[in-house]
Design a protein around this ligand. Structure first.
Ligand code: NAP
Length: 522
């Protein structure tokens, strides 16, 4: 019998009624676990977090909370092999894919534990230096960031059941705000196992970490103005959450990390045989195949000078066709399946939509034949490269194929390249490969406003960079427009989401006293 995943709410593990979602192994199609939060009292769980978790966390300094976050990371490190096995079984991850998710989560916790330690005994953040407001010298104002008194409701996507959990939880726990996490149902096994171990280790104060395994049910009906929702997922769900009547009525802050048609751009000077060209090919093919293309940051659009389109296509097809697809339990496998047959169907739909305006160079919208794997039970998508030479096409700019697929888009000059990249409507990340600093500087000015992050790869960093799709906790994560306008991570900046910014006006003596309790951001 498969395990029914329980939720951790109001200080106890609780089982929902029936089965909302079956969690399957996307290689063989067998059911591994089930999830349902039906009938669970989510209103009480939010209240419990507000009444117990919040005050307990706020009673601690940043450095004390940072220690707890470090201890959470240590618990996870101790059980890493168990988590890897779950990621392979439930997410079809290879060991490298699993490492990005699991070690990415642990690394982010460790990073915030270190960073938080440096904030010492402070309990507030000081945003700016005091300013004088009137003729009297002793009447001043300061801008403080004070931890919110609500709950951080974290609604996560299926592709990062570990990193998605901890990249959000690390920041809100450091801020002193309790977490109620709702992972995507289809891959909730890993989140569930990690939260179970952390709760069992008894590190965090009661009410600081809760978990909903299953659908969101009436959760959004019970959030209040002092809470914050951090959502990661599709634009469609984001817009449903933003328009939810209770969220509108209560004015709940909603941070959205949504989908994105990220770009990689080969500069006009990038020619075969040059380091930038080789780095470009390596990065595009890696981005297409790691996690079977299921990263919100993965490269979807590949911009190349028209005269280089054939060389790029040839080099990419050569790499992609060498990618060994199969069961990730097999050491020879380089790429596993997508997460469910539903995701496979959605990826095929997206490929067919783009293929109406593009030529398919390799792969396509049918299940690949793989030895020993039943195409009617598994969820494989072959690495699919297309080329869309018509600059007027729109599907390639509008469609996020959430799988191992990307499309080459030739450009005739720099101005057209920048204009075409911007047609993504706002993305998480773009990367530029070349050897001309002046071009990089123009690219920052032109592409910057429609992106949350730019990776600029010139030969000196070709082997040193951390990767187009890897989100580093030191750097801003989020993108404008279609990507949701969210702001996460970015070192101390990420703490802002869980704090209220306020101006305090009063005597200079009071300002001095408050400053002593605050860590100055500037
Ligand atoms: P999704 O279908 O939008 O689901 C995301 C989360 O929202 C899941 O936990 C889902 O729960 C929950 N949800 C669905 N309907 C809801 C509702 N009415 N109220 C409250 N919660 C609701 O997205 P997904 O398929 O899991 O993830 C893939 C998408 O996420 C891709 O588009 C990808 O680009 C994006 N993504 C973005 C980032 C980023 O950082 N920008 C990172 C990763 C993924 P159930 O699973 O229980 O339905």
């Amino acid at each position: 019998m498969s395990e029914a995943l329980e939720s951790y709410l109001s200080g106890a593990w609780r089982r929902g009624e029936g089965v909302d979602t079956e969690l399957v192994d996307p290689v063989h199609g067998n059911v591994l676990a089930t999830a349902s939060a039906r009938g669970l009292d989510l209103k009480a769980a939010l209240n419990h977090a507000r009444k117990r978790g919040g005050p307990a966390l706020r009673a601690l300094s940043f450095a004390e909370r940072a220690k707890l976050i470090g201890a959470v990371a240590d618990v996870l490190i101790a059980d890493r092999p168990k988590y890897e096995a779950i990621a392979i079984a439930n997410s079809g991850n290879t060991k490298i894919d699993a490492a990005i998710d699991i070690d990415g989560g642990i690394g982010t916790l460790k990073y915030y534990a270190r960073l938080g330690g440096s904030l010492g005994g402070a309990t507030f953040l000081l945003d700016e230096k005091p300013v004088r407001l009137a003729k009297a010298e002793n009447f001043q104002a300061i801008h403080l960031l004070a931890p919110r008194h609500g709950v951080a409701v974290h609604i996560n996507a299926f592709n990062f059941p570990s990193w998605g959990l901890w990249e959000k939880a690390a920041v809100s726990l450091l801020a002193g705000v309790p977490v109620l996490c709702k992972p995507a149902s289809s891959t909730a096994m890993l989140t569930h196992a990690m939260v179970r171990d952390v709760i069992a280790a008894n590190i965090l104060p009661e009410g600081a970490l809760g978990l909903v395994c299953g659908g969101a049910g009436d959760l959004l009906d019970h959030v209040r103005g002092e809470d914050v929702i951090a959502f990661t997922g599709s634009s469609d769900t984001a817009s449903r959450i933003r328009k939810h009547p209770n969220i509108l009525a209560q004015g709940v802050l909603v941070n959205v990390e949504a989908d994105s048609v990220n770009a990689a751009l080969l500069a006009p000077d990038g020619a075969p045989g040059q380091p930038a060209f080789d780095a470009f090919i390596k990065e595009v093919s890696r981005e297409m195949t790691v996690k079977a293309g299921q990263k919100c940051t993965a490269i979807r659009r590949v911009f190349v000078p028209t005269e280089r389109a054939d060389a790029v296509a040839e080099a990419l097809v050569a790499r992609l066709t060498k990618t060994t697809l199969g069961d990730p339990r097999n050491e020879a496998t380089r790429m596993g399946p997508v997460i469910t047959r539903g995701q496979q169907a959605a990826a095929f739909d997206g490929i067919l939509k783009i293929a109406r305006e593009a030529q398919v160079l390799t792969g396509g919208a049918t299940a690949p034949a793989i030895d020993g794997i039943d195409p009617d039970k598994s969820a494989f998508v072959a690495p699919t490269l297309m080329c869309a030479p018509d600059a007027n096409g729109s599907a390639v700019h509008d469609t996020e194929v959430f799988g191992p697929s990307a499309t080459i888009i030739p450009y005739k000059d720099e101005a057209q390249a920048f204009a075409l990249v911007a047609r993504g409507g706002g993305s998480l990340v773009a990367s530029v490969f070349g050897d001309d600093r002046a071009f990089f500087a123009r690219a920052v000015a032109e592409l910057g406003p429609s992106h949350g992050r730019l990776l600029m790869v010139e030969p000196s960093v070709a082997d040193a960079h951390t990767g187009h799709g890897i989100v580093m906790p030191q750097c801003h994560h989020g993108g404008p427009g279609r990507a949701g306008n969210g702001e996460e991570l970015g070192g101390l900046y990420g703490l802002r989401l869980y704090h209220q910014r306020l101006a305090v006006q009063g005597s200079s003596d009071l300002m001095t006293e408050l400053q002593a309790k605050a860590f100055a951001l500037h």
